[in-house]
Write a protein that binds this ligand. Sequence first.
Ligand SMILES: *[C@@H]1O[C@H](CO)[C@@H](O)[C@H](O)[C@H]1NC(C)=O
Ligand SMILES: *[C@@H]1O[C@H](CO)[C@@H](O)[C@H](O)[C@H]1NC(C)=O
Ligand SMILES: *[C@@H]1O[C@H](CO)[C@@H](O)[C@H](O)[C@H]1NC(C)=O
Ligand SMILES: *[C@@H]1O[C@H](CO)[C@@H](O)[C@H](O)[C@H]1NC(C)=O
Length: 278
Amino acid sequence: MRALRLLLKPVILYHLLNMLVRSSSSSGRTEESIKSISQRFDLEIVFRLSLASKKLNGIACLEPCINLTDLDLSDNDITKIEGLGTLTELRRLNLSSNRIQKVENISELKKLESLKLQGNQISMSGLNISELCQLTALKALYFQNLDRTFPCPACSDKTYRNTILSKMPQLTNFDGERCPFSINYAAVSEEVRGFQLNPPPPRVVVIPDIEPWLKLESDDASSTSATTGTQELVTPEFVTKAEDVNKRLDNCHALAEVLREEISKCLSLLENQMPTPD
Ligand SMILES: *[C@@H]1O[C@H](CO)[C@@H](O)[C@H](O)[C@H]1NC(C)=O
Ligand SMILES: *[C@@H]1O[C@H](CO)[C@@H](O)[C@H](O)[C@H]1NC(C)=O
Ligand SMILES: *[C@@H]1O[C@H](CO)[C@@H](O)[C@H](O)[C@H]1NC(C)=O
Ligand SMILES: *[C@@H]1O[C@H](CO)[C@@H](O)[C@H](O)[C@H]1NC(C)=O
């Protein structure tokens, strides 16, 4: 038994579990299958488990899989999130396309990074933001797909987006979109305030020394005093210097343009994405 256990790599166990689960269709028998396996093998070494499209109507018997990091329960008939409390190592949970009506019993999943709930029956009242807020490691959250397919009813509420974005600053991916709040607006506005209160001294700009040029002019003037005129000032050195200065000016203009664009981008982000206070 011990040798067998050692030989059973997680991936083999994963396939074994899937085979057994696939062989039964009703959820009762599926639970039994998992249970019987859990008695025979050490479920602690299962890391990834897919129970997608198994016609499951509940989540059960996953408690022993304490080291699970990836769980796919998508495309079933699950009505309630429960029985996941022991899976504290879980990083990715896919519950898309089920019949779930509210977010509950997931606050223990402190390492959860990705939660997919698109294609469920979750309305605004079922969102339970305070429960979601306890998922401090959460980076990706879906209640609909990026292309707006498989929406939960909550997605059509006009407060949906701002509610989630303002209450969950830890998100970087919301319904497949990069979160504007993954920029830390509190920190940015703090910085702006600090800047206004205590503006830094103006940057020292090194102005090219014009002395040699003037000298060049007077030298030229003295050496070619007979045929004095502006044309004589255009010596090869002058042309080289002028080209150099022009090049630097171009660079300054380009830099100023980039900065202008960045500033207007930041300003419009700040204007458009700040949560409306209410
Ligand atoms: C599974 O989890 C237990 C308890 O946290 C731990 O002692 C064990 O090392 C883990 N097993 C593997 C294979 O990571
Ligand atoms: C999650 O479920 C959706 C819908 O069934 C599926 O398309 C997707 O591949 C799943 N993602 C993962 C990471 O399992
Ligand atoms: C799930 O959460 C509900 C509250 O939303 C609670 O009444 C219930 O006991 C929880 N179930 C489990 C298994 O933790
Ligand atoms: C939301 O979740 C919290 C626990 O995280 C619970 O105490 C509260 O009762 C839930 N609210 C609703 C409306 O289900």
